[in-house]
Design a protein around this ligand. Structure first.
Ligand SMILES: C[S@@+](CC[C@H](N)C(=O)[O-])C[C@H]1O[C@@H](n2cnc3c(N)ncnc32)[C@H](O)[C@@H]1O
Length: 227
């Protein structure tokens, strides 16, 4: 079962070994899995964001997978929230894209799923800026330099005062302290950072943009998955 302990010892930025990211989602079927634990905490952070911001809001989820986080929350919320949330999920795997699209259609949500490579700024043209940026399940699968770049580029993806929800497990090397510092330096204040969640190595951070946003600069590489 995939978890933060799934080190894939052979995988490194120099020696990529990509997972099957459709079957990866099967861990969400087990409510006891560390991924399900993480999902519940990401969803709590989304709910807290929804509760503290009123009116129409835009969401942008990078490497959204099947969209369990935002779609799960909106499935549980009332029609008012479902109507005021618009935005996009960016995902590269066509099967995951199809699954997310089916759920969005069933819930009649005003969200679109864009099948593209979220690792370049080109992917976000017309999708940014967002009031909520979801970066769940990315930072454990890209190099430290790519994580740092993603944190700084987030300023291009965010509307003024936007919230970013990010995850990074405690697997070696534990980059959590670096990521928290990069967000602060990039102009995002920390609202919370839960670590070792429910006895797992999972970490969920919530930051808010306090610096002015930056315009999107197309044509820049942000990250490459290596596992
Ligand atoms: C670890 S999963 C996380 C999925 C989801 N965000 C979650 O937390 O449940 C990573 C997802 O990123 C997708 N992915 C990998 N590289 C990508 C890329 N360059 N652009 C867009 N999606 C990508 C994978 O197909 C997979 O669905």
């Amino acid at each position: 079962m995939p978890s933060v302990d799934d080190h894939r010892p052979g995988a490194s930025p120099e020696h990529p070994d990509l997972r099957d990211y459709v079957s990866w989602h099967a861990a969400y079927d087990d409510p006891e899995s560390s991924l399900s634990v993480r999902l519940r905490h990401v969803q709590r952070a989304i709910i807290a964001w929804l509760d503290r911001i009123s009116g129409p809001v835009r969401v942008l989820s990078s490497c959204a997978g099947q969209g369990h986080d935002i779609l799960g929350v909106l499935e549980e919320r009332g029609p008012q929230d479902r109507a005021r949330v618009t935005g996009s999920l960016v995902e590269i795997d066509p099967t995951n894209v199809a699954i997310a699209r089916r759920r969005i259609a069933r819930l009649n949500l005003a969200l679109t799923v864009v099948e593209s490579d979220a690792g370049t700024t080109d992917a976000y043209a017309g999708l940014a800026p967002a009031n909520l940026l979801l970066l769940s399940g990315i930072m454990g699968n890209i190099s430290a330099a790519d994580i740092e770049r993603l944190v700084y580029v987030s300023r291009q993806l965010c509307a003024p005062g936007a919230t970013v929800i990010w995850t990074r497990g405690a697997q070696d090397p534990d980059l959590g302290p670096d990521i928290r510092r990069w967000f602060e330096r990039a102009g995002f204040e920390e609202l919370s950072c839960e670590e070792w969640i429910e006895g797992t190595g999972m970490r969920v951070g919530v930051n808010r943009l306090v610096a002015p946003p930056q315009p999107l600069r197309p044509g820049e590489l942000i990250f490459t998955f290596y596992r």
